[in-house]
Design a protein around this ligand. Structure first.
Ligand code: FMN
Length: 218
């Protein structure tokens, strides 16, 4: 590690110094590395370190991106929750190919993920939905995500409407139009900024069910 890199690690991680990925062991797997970097980002005090960009593509071939929050991940994939009638959900229904992007600027780390999406079970969505605060649960009912407001106060009025509707309900039902998407990855790339733009790019690609590791020029 150069002095610059050591200083950066000390400043950003405190005690936990992430190894440059060029020093990864040959049998390194993407998921433990992803988990390590996300934990490093959490420790660094970055706001919403679990924020990620999700890119989808319309059937006409127009890509679009937006930030969402990663809520769960394991060997099966990466999960976020949203409105199933939103623009992104319509596009994901039409084209299951998707790209995710994490960027932790202060740590000079980026992770690119490509894969295919599917909906999580309604049980899994309900479990997550009911773990949210009541205001957010009502907000999910109130928002016709991605649709034009018919007038300026429409969202506020709908929020009041659903607050009243569920005023006597101890549990707010999971809307049928709301739930999780799981991205099953087939490509994961870890980028770490290095001095003189000689950055590291370590890639994992799934071939016949096995992760193959290789490096790319920066
Ligand atoms: C940091 C951040 C996190 C967000 N998390 C979510 C999320 O988890 N789910 C969601 O539906 N929208 C989330 N949003 C809002 C989306 O970026 C987007 O505006 C919304 O989902 C509508 O996108 P669409 O019209 O392309 O479907 C978040 C926005 C930001 C800036």
């Amino acid at each position: 590690m150069t002095l610059f890199e050591k200083l950066r690690c000390l400043l950003t991680f405190g005690q936990g110094i992430a190894l440059p990925i060029s020093e990864l062991s040959a049998d390194a797997k993407p998921l433990p590395l992803f988990e390590q970097w996300l934990n490093d980002a959490k420790k660094s005090g970055i706001l919403l370190p679990e924020s990620m960009s999700v890119s989808s593509c319309s059937k006409e071939g127009q890509p679009s991106s937006r930030m969402v929050l990663l809520k769960e991940f394991d060997e099966e994939g990466f999960v976020f929750y949203t409105n199933y009638a939103s623009r992104k959900s319509h596009e994901l229904e039409e084209n299951s190919k998707v790209a995710l992007l994490f960027h932790w600027n202060v740590l000079q780390l980026q992770i690119r993920i490509e894969g295919t999406v599917s909906k999580v079970s309604s049980e899994q969505s309900a479990n997550y939905f009911h773990s949210r605060d009541r205001g957010s649960q009502i907000g999910a009912w109130a928002s016709k995500q991605s649709q034009k407001l018919t007038h300026d106060n429409e969202l506020k009025e709908r929020d009041v409407h659903f607050k009243n509707k569920f005023a006597d309900s101890s549990e707010i039902p999971l809307p049928k139009f709301w739930g999780g998407w799981q991205i099953k990855p087939h490509y994961i790339e870890f980028w770490q900024g290095r001095a003189s733009r000689l950055h590291d790019r370590i890639c994992f690609e799934k071939e016949d069910g096995q992760w193959q590791k290789f490096k790319l020029h920066p």
